[in-house]
Design a protein around this ligand. Structure first.
Ligand SMILES: [Zn+2]
Length: 99
């Protein structure tokens, strides 16, 4: 299975059937802003909006910002909810274990 680290999402992304890595950011999800200063700044890739991959519809029509933002936000919310649930479960288990 081919995967690529996406720096915008901070996780590996895996191509599903019919998807390709974004030709602008090569899957990294970031766009390097060229400045005249010595500092490089990064922003979300304008082609894939940080997803790092595109399906054939997105390659032709572009990524719909409303769908990408909702799915990314939902993924982060799920991750946060799982983290908190695990943490709370452990705290409860620890208080039960103490005799
Ligand atoms: Zn991109």
């Amino acid at each position: 299975m081919i995967s690529c680290y996406n720096e915008h999402l901070r996780k590996d992304i895996i191509l599903n059937e019919g998807e390709e890595y974004c030709p602008k950011c090569n899957g990294g999800g970031l766009h390097v802003d060229i400045k005249t200063t010595k500092w490089l700044t990064y922003s979300r890739c304008k082609k894939c909006l940080g997803k790092g991959k595109l399906d054939w519809i997105e390659q032709a029509m572009g990524v719909n910002p409303s769908t990408i933002d909702v799915s990314i936000r939902q993924e982060f919310l799920n991750e946060a909810a799982n983290y908190l649930a695990n943490k709370i479960d452990k705290e409860i288990m620890n208080t039960i274990k103490v005799v």
